[in-house]
Design a protein around this ligand. Structure first.
Ligand code: NCD
Ligand code: ZN
Length: 344
């Protein structure tokens, strides 16, 4: 096969940031995705419908003229979130809200302490049909970083799912066999996104032969047995697992630092990275479902009606992307070769 045409895909988990970053990140994501679920972890975070609609306008202003792109802004849940705010956001067309346990990841300091305190908010989300997107890691210092996803399932996710059976939950950027099995065993109201880095890499790629800061993201890469379980589930075409890049730009100097930031910037090569994985798994026929069908189906949105085409044509991911302000970003998989390329 030398050419692959699929229904246009969407990215169900992306960080576009704000301000000067938008001209870079919005063009990158709008290159092949028609819609994206845009994460709200700005500083300060997007917490009200009004802030979300303003942020959406700033993103739309950065969409290149020849692109058709619909950013779906999410609300950042905190201990200040009220059921009333959820009602207003839902009426304003906001489809989802994101739960970050406080301290779990980049810009999550303002997030939720004591998840049970949000149960009346979850009740309202369930009634309004708003999706709950979860960064599923506990943050207790005594829990090993490699065990934090599993602990979150046991301590929080399973109880929330049981208490709110109709609340649609997306377990974001899953990394473990435990998370995979939990979603497979849960009801139809539970789904998960999977990133390119967690399909392509395992913790050896982070730590063997030297520390590789550009492979550092949260949740952190796990051992290969977990990686293989994620690969198996996408190769099987399981419909409650879909595309969410978690593309998250950080400048080169903030990643190559004595306390480097978490996040991989994959937007310029996202669909190609996934195609690379699915080809490797001999499952290219499953790419379209994962990238273009299962996400909108779970969100209750229409599938896109146009298509994109990938050509079998080797290319190399650039080693650096220059920003307008002279800073630069090292993209995920920099300098590595990919077999498929999006036809522009
Ligand atoms: C994300 C970021 O940089 O905003 N970082 C990451 O490692 N994935 C936040 C997140 O999704 O956890
Ligand atoms: Zn993220």
């Amino acid at each position: 096969m030398t050419q692959l045409t699929i229904t246009a895909p969407d990215d169900w988990h992306v960080h576009l940031r704000d301000g000067d970053f938008l001209s870079e990140t919005v063009a990158a994501t709008a290159r092949c995705f028609r819609r994206a679920i845009v994460m709200p972890n700005l500083v300060p975070p997007v917490q009200t419908a009004e802030q979300a609609l303003e942020y959406r306008q700033r993103i739309l202003a950065a969409v290149p003229n020849d692109r058709d792109f619909d950013p779906l802004i999410t609300l950042y849940l905190s201990n200040d979130t009220t059921p009333e705010r959820i009602r207003q956001a839902s009426e304003a067309g906001i489809v989802a809200a994101k739960l970050y346990p406080a301290g779990a990841t980049t810009n999550s300091d303002a997030a939720v302490k004591g998840i049970e305190a949000l149960y009346d908010v979850f009740q309202q989300m369930s009634e309004s049909g708003m999706l709950l997107l979860i960064h599923g890691e506990v943050t207790d210092s005594h829990i090993d970083i490699f065990d934090r996803e599993k602990a979150f399932i046991d301590q929080h996710l399973a109880p929330i799912h049981q208490r709110f059976p109709d609340l649609k939950i997306v377990f974001e950027h899953i990394t473990t066999a435990d998370a995979t099995d939990f979603v497979l065993g849960a009801s139809d109201s539970m789904a998960a996104t999977i990133t390119p880095q967690h399909l392509l890499l395992n913790r050896n790629d982070l730590l063997v032969g030297g520390i590789r800061p550009h492979n550092y993201c949260l949740p952190v890469l796990k051992r290969n047995t977990h990686q293989n379980r994620l690969r198996d589930v996408v190769a099987a075409g399981e419909t409650r697992f879909f595309l969410g890049t978690d593309s998250a730009p950080h400048t080169k100097h903030t990643k190559e630092s004595d306390c480097g930031c978490a996040g991989c910037y994959s937007a310029w090569s996202a669909i190609e990275l996934y195609a690379h994985v699915f080809e490797d798994l001999d499952a290219l026929d499953k790419l379209e479902g994962f990238a273009s069908f299962y996400g909108p189906d779970f969100y209750g949105l229409a599938r896109n009606t146009d298509t994109i085409t990938l050509h079998k044509q080797e290319w190399t991911i650039p080693s650096e992307i220059k920003l307008a302000n002279q800073d630069s970003i090292v993209p995920f998989f920099a300098g590595q070769r990919l077999a498929w390329q999006l036809a522009e």
